[in-house]
Design a protein around this ligand. Structure first.
Ligand SMILES: [Zn+2]
Length: 297
């Protein structure tokens, strides 16, 4: 076992109570559930397999907080970052010079969340996605369109992409006009920071990301692979491995390859097996495979 893998395991063992090891998963009491007002009996699971790309990734099985890697754990638990495996005092974070608007649409997003109907929940359920995942990403409904809120790095939401549940090509952007430019079109962008020193998945299409979130994996999404061209690659400076998943078509695959060559060695492209229909994606695969979906990925 590498020194890092050992340090990671010891770090979580030291900071969690009632731990037990189940294969390559360390399980302990979730320290964050009580402060979120949730049942204290729930568990936090950490991947401690030294061979895994997701070594060090923790998540609450109750989804009380978004999961992540050791530095994110430290910041949530208010521990000293210097005592966290992987901490590097010389790291310079690319500060984004962004003047965020004064007005957010956070409140509106909450009310869209309250509007989720049984039909919409069932729409996601057909692709294995449960309500907890929708709440975790603050996804809502405006009566006609699914509302995907694009929270920014400052923790506020200024824009949302509203998509017709029956016709994905029917969509519009809601919110601040200045914040609709390409560089802000990364869904769940805050996850990049939570995955420092770890791995995450970049998906084409928000709904495809949701299937992975349901499995407990970390990730981000862009509405369409056309956006890959606009992604600033220094966002991934402190990510060890970036998986990219696009729909099954030649254009998307070309764009994924172009982004991979801009970012470099840390990217792994997920390929579809031959013979699958054009534009096949994780959402459809989840629908086809149901409870066998995780094993198929
Ligand atoms: Zn929890």
């Amino acid at each position: 076992m590498s020194d890092y893998a050992q340090a990671v395991t010891e770090f979580y063992k030291k900071n969690l109570s009632n731990t037990s090891l189940d294969k390559s998963t360390l399980v302990g009491d979730c320290p964050f559930c009580p402060e979120k007002g949730m049942d204290g009996g729930s568990k936090l699971a950490v991947i401690v397999n030294p061979e895994s790309f997701f070594l060090g990734f923790f998540r609450c099985l109750n989804r009380c907080v978004p999961g992540g890697f050791p530095l994110w754990y430290s910041s949530l638990a208010k521990l000293d970052p210097e005592l966290t495996p992987g901490f590097d005092p010389d790291r310079e974070y690319a500060l984004r010079q962004t003047d965020y608007p004064v007005q957010s649409i956070n409140q509106e997003i909450k009310s869209f969340q309250d509007n989720l109907t049984d039909t919409i929940i069932e729409h996601f359920g057909q692709s294995t996605i449960k309500k907890q995942v929708l709440s975790g990403l603050s996804i809502g409904y405006n009566g006609r369109y699914i509302v995907y809120p694009y929270f920014q790095e400052d923790g506020n939401c200024y824009t949302a992409r509203c998509v017709n549940p029956d016709r994905a090509e029917d969509f519009f952007w809601h919110g601040d006009t200045g914040m609709k430019s390409e560089q802000f079109q990364i869904f769940n962008v805050q996850e990049i920071q939570r995955c420092e020193n770890g791995a995450l998945v970049l998906c084409e299409g928000e709904e495809n990301l949701l299937t992975l979130k349901q499995m407990g994996l970390p990730g981000i999404a862009v509405p369409d692979s056309q956006l890959f061209e606009a992604i600033e690659t220094n966002r991934f400076d402190f990510i060890r491995t970036l998986f990219i998943v696009v729909a099954n078509n030649a254009e998307s695959e070309l764009r994924a390859r172009a982004l991979a060559s801009r970012i470099g060695y840390k990217v792994r492209l997920l390929n579809w097996s031959a013979g699958l229909p054009r534009n096949y994606n994780l959402w459809q695969m989840a629908r086809d495979k149901g409870s066998d979906f995780p094993a198929s990925v």
